[in-house]
Write a protein that binds this ligand. Structure first.
Ligand SMILES: [Cu+2]
Length: 499
């Protein structure tokens, strides 16, 4: 058990990224009069070129639209953004436009998507995390070639120095005397020392750059530990951040600046039971002190077992992180043990039970006969392929079930890979952080976009763009609210490798 847990943490440490294992951005929203779906596929290394696509929903003539992209870092916005990149129409799909954009720094960006078309101009601001997720190693043969060239250049340099001192002032045909030969040897020795120092310095510089990339460029969430303690007849979970990058005194200009509440909560924490994935909790721990180093929450009545713990936080820079930990939940306390009732945030929710297997039309049935259907369609899910996850809710009689906003959104979707290597939290606006979306739209002409995402009109159907990042078995939980009560539906998803 212990070993399995450690192995899992190791796997997660290797693949961790905000949303765990799922760094790409998927967004759906309005650019003025146009509905747009934007996806940003990261290059893995930063600086690097990201693949960006914009789907103008309903477009039939690509030549009628002009789609322009600009990416600015969170703290400079458009003022510091390079000139607009014009996305070109993708042949064969009249709705689709594609562009490549450079991300120079691993930080939080605002990507401005401007659409000019028959109904005028519109713009959307998409929060994108440019995360480095890979450190490329040098190819062995390239390394060997460069090393051989280095040896050749060094020996060449020593030969030139030696010849210059020994023979440059000697007339042609005359052999240099012993004194000149000795001076040449001394000069070559000094040159060798100088070149050796230069090579050593270069190697030090290279190693320092590589290690800096590995420690501060490649995405790594704050180190955190979860612990459970029994207090007054209930269990209390504490997620503690212990990381040199987070000392409780955040700097405004750093991407790790103060935490930004997402719908009034500083942390959205998910617990997923290993490895059966048959229990989920969506909780909202509260920081014990303003420094936000330890977050406490009362554990709801969950079945005992080992749980993966994912804590979503967002900084004011729009930089979102998922803290990763795990915890053993003990058997429930006896009802006899008296104590305070657990403090429950009305937005906390939990679920235990089986999932509906994936199918072209998978229907999850709630206790009262109401249903949630996932219209997957005939086609199997494929790794890396963007699809719309479409859900519709019905009451027991089959009539559309109106859903109320649950924390401002018509649905929350949590997705977990069975092996723990992927965890994502989606909303009707896609995979973007809602808090970052709202912040980037504050006071801008596109403020309507934020509200379209954040205070959804009650509806019974929702479609969310997403691409499962890798093949395997996943569980997907869809949370909706009706009549003041949060319901959770669970689906199994099997994702095939991309061809
Ligand atoms: Cu939440």
């Amino acid at each position: 058990m212990k070993h399995a847990a450690r192995a899992w943490l190791l796997v997660v440490a290797l693949v961790s990224m905000a949303h765990v294992g799922s760094p790409d951005t998927f967004f759906i929203g309005d650019a003025g009069p146009y509905r747009v779906r934007v996806s940003v596929r990261l290059p893995g290394v930063i600086p690097g070129r990201a693949q960006l696509t914009v789907r103008v929903v309903g477009a039939t003539r690509p030549e009628a639209f002009r789609v322009a992209i600009r990416a600015g870092q969170w703290n400079v916005g458009l003022a510091g953004a390079p000139p607009a990149e014009i996305a070109s129409p993708v042949p064969g799909d009249p709705e689709l436009y594609a562009a490549e954009i450079w991300f120079m720094t691993a930080t939080s960006y605002q990507v401005f998507v401007t659409v000019d078309g028959p109904s005028g101009q519109g713009a959307a601001t998409v929060p994108v995390l440019a995360l480095a997720t890979a450190q490329k190693t040098m190819d062995r043969s390239l390394g060997g070639l460069l090393a051989a060239l280095g040896v050749f250049l060094t020996l060449g340099m020593l030969t030139i120095v030696g010849c210059a001192v020994r023979e440059s002032v000697v007339p042609p045909g005359v052999a240099p005397d012993a004194k000149r030969r000795r001076r040449a040897r001394i000069a070559m020795g000094l040159a060798a020392i100088f070149l050796g120092l230069a090579l050593w310095g270069g190697s030090r510089w290279w190693t320092a750059e590589a290690s800096n990339y590995g420690t501060s460029v490649v995405y790594r969430p704050f180190d955190s530990q979860a612990a459970i303690a029994q207090a007054a007849g209930r269990y209390r979970l504490t997620l503690s951040i212990r990381d040199p990058r987070w000392d409780g005194k955040p700097v405004a200009l750093s991407r790790y600046n103060a935490l930004l509440p997402d719908h009034g909560k500083l942390m959205h924490l998910f617990m997923v039971r290993e490895a059966s994935l048959d229990a989920l909790a969506h909780l909202h721990p509260v920081p014990r002190t303003p420094a936000a180093l330890d977050f406490d929450v009362d554990v709801p009545p969950l079945p005992p077992g080992r749980y993966r713990v994912f804590g979503d936080i967002v900084h004011e820079s729009g930089y979102a992180q998922t803290l990763v930990s795990s915890i053993d939940v003990p058997a429930p306390l006896q009802p006899a043990s008296v104590g305070d009732a657990p403090v429950v945030d009305p937005d906390d929710s939990w679920f235990e039970g089986a999932a509906t297997p994936g199918a072209p039309a998978a229907v999850f049935r709630f206790d009262d006969g109401a249903t949630l259907e996932w219209a997957r369609g005939e086609r199997q899910m494929v790794a890396g392929e963007e699809r719309l996850l479409a859900f519709s809710a019905r009451d027991a009689s089959g009539a559309p079930l109106p859903v109320e906003p649950y924390m401002g959104m018509s649905a929350h979707v949590a997705i977990a890979h069975q092996d723990g290597s992927v965890f994502a939290h989606l909303h009707p606006s896609g995979s973007v952080s809602m808090a970052a979306l709202q912040r980037f739209n504050e006071g801008s002409a596109t403020a309507a976009t934020a509200h379209a995402g954040h205070t959804m009109v009650a509806d019974s159907a929702v479609s969310i763009p997403y691409a499962f990042p890798k093949a395997g078995r996943y569980r997907m939980w869809v949370q909706i609210k009706h009549a003041g009560h949060v319901r959770t539906a669970a689906f199994d998803v099997s994702v095939e490798p991309s061809r």
